[in-house]
Write a protein that binds this ligand. Structure first.
Ligand SMILES: Cc1ncc(COP(=O)(O)O)c(C=O)c1O
Length: 375
């Protein structure tokens, strides 16, 4: 998607073309992705929650032995191999599993399949900003529900207003906080709409892998739950764009009808399959990231930072003496990219992706020697 800066350029240079835009597009604030610099060799990139470790060796060897034999054929529209390997691990039928071109595509399909312009959705704040962008692009009303001073949302507050769906990330983006499943179950049992439980970061919450802490185990009790997962984070495959979702067969069937026939490329299906087969490799990497997270959290606290209780592959931190924007700019000047959100209630925070140990050591010594000094 374009940045708002890009859009302003288009509006200025091709003003007359805007007349062809539909109302939703005219009113859209485009999603602003984190910066993807070109010269990644010289930069420590801790701004978009990517995985610092390589993907499974079986993915690497598949890519190095690639031949073009099948590339002229369309891919399997039902992703049978990938779906089956996922289903076997979690004890689910193919009819309960959906695969998409990143979980972003699945989010988009949820809007297209289950929401209409007269509906309103709820988004606990703060959250993944794409939910708002998608609501705007499909002309669906949305309402933010505010969290408390510690950025924690009370489930009861989600009953404040009638709604057709709630979009909930767990662990939350951008705070990283994890919400207990019993609270989510209790809410969903009372709630008449759809509950979209976005578990992009679940593999980084203790015992999060598999179903121990995942909303997956709620599926047997609920027909209004969609659990979203991605290959972008714990499987280190953000570049191939693959995500998956679990829900009741009727919700999956709805999205199957709505999706583009060949929504997941042949290469993405094969790579995601290979990575999922090597599940223990993903778990080992996730474990390393969790221990790096706790190391970084402790070291940042020694340097005066406050941190939320993140159970994700990032920390969300603030410093009582330094403005987050100043820290962001100074770190960038030193070749370290982190994420700053110019959004209500978030301007005092930085989101720092958990890199590998060397990257974190460099970050910490730059903070100590060059940034947290002299003010
Ligand atoms: C909460 C959340 N959901 C979904 C996504 C998108 O994942 P994908 O790369 O599978 O589209 C992200 C990406 O950062 C995210 O933070």
């Amino acid at each position: 998607m374009l940045t708002s800066g890009d859009c302003q350029v288009i509006l200025r240079s091709e003003g007359t073309q805007v007349k062809y835009w539909n109302t939703n597009l005219k009113n859209l604030s485009p999603y602003i992705p984190g910066e993807q610099p070109k010269n990644t060799d010289q930069i420590i990139k801790l701004n978009t929650n990517e995985n610092p470790y390589p993907p499974s060796p079986s993915v690497v060897s598949y890519l190095s032995g690639l031949n073009a034999d099948n590339i002229g054929l369309y891919p399997d529209p039902a992703w049978t191999k990938l779906r089956s390997v996922i289903g076997e691990r979690y004890g689910l039928n193919n009819e309960q599993i959906f695969c998409g071109n990143g979980s972003d595509e699945i989010l988009s399909l949820i809007f297209r399949s289950f929401l209409s312009p007269e509906d309103e959705i709820l988004i606990p704040y703060p959250n993944y900003t794409l939910y708002e962008t998608l609501a705007q692009s499909y002309g669906i009303g949305y309402h933010y529900i505010q969290s408390d001073d510690d950025l924690i949302i009370s489930m009861d507050s989600l009953f404040q207003k009638d709604s057709k769906a709630v979009f909930f990330s767990n662990p939350n983006a951008p705070t990283g906080c994890y919400y207990d499943l019993d609270k989510i179950l209790a809410f969903c049992k009372e709630y008449n709409g759809l509950f979209i439980l976005d578990e992009a970061y679940i593999d980084f919450s203790e015992k999060g892998s598999g179903i121990t802490k995942s909303g997956l185990q709620l599926l047997k009790h609920l027909d209004n739950l969609i659990v979203l997962r991605t290959f972008s984070k714990s499987f280190a495959l953000a570049g191939i764009r693959a995500g998956y979702a679990f829900a009741s067969p009727s919700l999956i069937e709805g999205m199957m009808r709505m999706k583009d026939s060949y929504n997941l490329s042949l290469l993405s299906q094969e790579i995601a399959y290979k990575a999922f087969q090597d599940y223990s490799y993903m778990e080992t990497n996730a474990q390393k990231i969790m221990s790096n997270r706790e190391f970084l959290k402790g070291e940042l606290q020694k340097r005066g930072f406050h941190s939320t209780d993140s159970k994700s592959n990032f920390l969300f931190v603030s410093h009582p003496k330094y403005h987050a924007k100043t820290l962001f700019q100074r770190l960038k000047g030193q070749g370290i990219l982190v994420r700053y959100f110019d959004q209500p209630r978030l301007t005092e925070y930085l989101r720092i992706t958990i890199g590998h140990k060397d990257q974190l050591d460099t970050l910490l010594s730059i903070l100590t020697d060059k940034i947290l000094v002299g003010d």
